[in-house]
Design a protein around this ligand. Sequence first.
Ligand SMILES: Nc1ncnc2c1ncn2[C@@H]1O[C@H](COP(=O)(O)OP(=O)(O)OP(=O)(O)O)[C@@H](O)[C@H]1O
Length: 255
Amino acid sequence: MPTADDTSLPAAEVAKASIIVEDVSKEFRIRRTHSFKETFVEWLKGRDVRPNHFRALDDVSFTVNEGESVALLGFNGSGKSTMLKLMSGVLEPDTGQVLIRGRLAGLIEVGAGFHPDMSGRENVYLNAAILGMQKDEIDARFDDIVAFSEIEEFIDQEVKHYSSGMFMRLAFAVAIHTELDVLLIDEILSVGDGPFQEKCQAKIKELSAAGKTMVIVSHDQDLVRELTHRGIVIRQGKKVFDGPTEQAIDAMLAG
Ligand SMILES: Nc1ncnc2c1ncn2[C@@H]1O[C@H](COP(=O)(O)OP(=O)(O)OP(=O)(O)O)[C@@H](O)[C@H]1O
């Protein structure tokens, strides 16, 4: 992982930065056909079977300072989730770099680390450990995690018997109770029913008030207005606006 020494930004800017995204581009290969056999047949016919490259992000740069809450805005397919995955380290940029200071928690693929044959309790320990917590830290927060998820009676059941809502509640509760400096959130605020969503939003506001850095992807404009002060608009992989949230929403809609 690159460090803050690898950036060409001025030292004063780096000092207050929590996230630095510098000249980042990312391409995906798109296959023209679905199987090897189809590709082979196309090739025999003399057709071009090389994969197309699709540029999901094109030379994007921005800095998020410590304690800022920023929304990534854009229509479907503009590159927001790809950007979050680059920040979380799930994906590597083709060019450029992403620098993060501090402990990062991503509410991106919530529950991805959950094991269906293990109980809720075992999964809490497993996932909190994956997110970087020590056993004694998890012990100390276990009751809060379970209380937040509101699935106390089912905590010793295997999670394969959970409803999808119960599963997401527990996964969200674990992620949000980890020791973190930077939180990445991708559309996760649609987890669970109305009251649970409100609780999640309140928790996110609490973390923000405590000075945590947040990057949020959501199509819910009211939520974005409420949780962030700044918006970065991405259109077809390019950053087209970076400024106050309300103006960013206007810029996105004008696109
Ligand atoms: N693994 C992948 N392989 C190929 N193409 C991909 C891959 N991941 C994303 N893409 C493409 O990159 C583009 C950007 O996708 P991304 O998920 O970042 O968009 P988004 O802005 O988050 O969209 P949405 O609002 O629909 O979630 C899309 O055209 C998508 O099809």
